[in-house]
Design a protein around this ligand. Structure first.
Ligand SMILES: CC(C)(COP(=O)(O)OP(=O)(O)OC[C@H]1O[C@@H](n2cnc3c(N)ncnc32)[C@H](O)[C@@H]1OP(=O)(O)O)[C@@H](O)C(=O)NCCC(=O)NCCS
Length: 161
């Protein structure tokens, strides 16, 4: 039904955080082992994402409705890489709006922001059984670059591309 719907991507505002928390809760149904589930924890997490980098959050909209977001962080120091990287702390699209290219467009938007900031690498961590997300990241050119407990570290070089 949603096939072919137009979407737009905008920089998030502080007042979007509440809606983004709701998208997060709906988007992680079935993946609770990797997510916050208590609304108060989700609220604190959204605030943390905002404090980390208030310019790095982008929201996707379909007909004015917020349907997904990415939370990037251009201030992150990677302990593994021992340098500053662009970190993607969160990306989520509402289930009924998946498979339309929205996740990909959100990632492209945050990568272009990281490039503006002069960063050469994107880093993220994904749950080792979150197969859908792992496939999505591989499709977008990310490669596995280490593990910690049940988390997989994935990176993508973005310099000069
Ligand atoms: C991961 C997620 C953000 C992808 O969003 P999406 O809008 O469905 O992704 P897109 O439609 O932009 O897909 C981009 C590419 O990834 C591929 N892809 C997406 N989901 C896939 C899946 N389940 N299996 C295989 N490939 C997949 C698409 O085929 C597409 O490739 P193409 O450009 O060649 O067509 C979404 O599934 C989601 O919100 N998941 C729950 C939250 C989550 O796990 N976030 C990541 C936490 S680390």
């Amino acid at each position: 039904m949603k096939e072919g719907s137009e979407f737009s991507i905008e920089r998030a505002k502080r007042e979007d955080l509440k809606d983004l928390g709701e998208i997060y809760l709906k988007g992680y149904v079935g993946l609770e082992e990797y997510s916050y589930t208590h609304p108060e924890d989700v609220r604190a997490y959204m605030e943390w994402l905002w404090r980390r980098d208030p310019e790095g959050i982008f929201v996707a909209k379909v007909e004015g409705k917020k349907v997904g977001f990415v939370a990037g962080d251009a201030n992150w120091f990677s302990k593994r890489a021992k340098e500053k990287v662009g970190a993607v702390h969160e990306i989520v699209v509402l289930p009924e709006f998946r498979g339309m290219g929205i996740g990909k467009a959100l990632m492209e938007r945050v990568i272009s922001y990281f490039r503006e900031k002069g960063l050469g690498t994107v880093e993220l961590w994904v749950g080792d059984e979150n197969f859908r997300a792992i496939e999505f990241y591989k499709k977008l050119g990310f490669e596995e670059a280490g593990r910690y407990n049940y988390w997989i570290r994935m990176v993508k070089k973005i310099q000069g591309q």
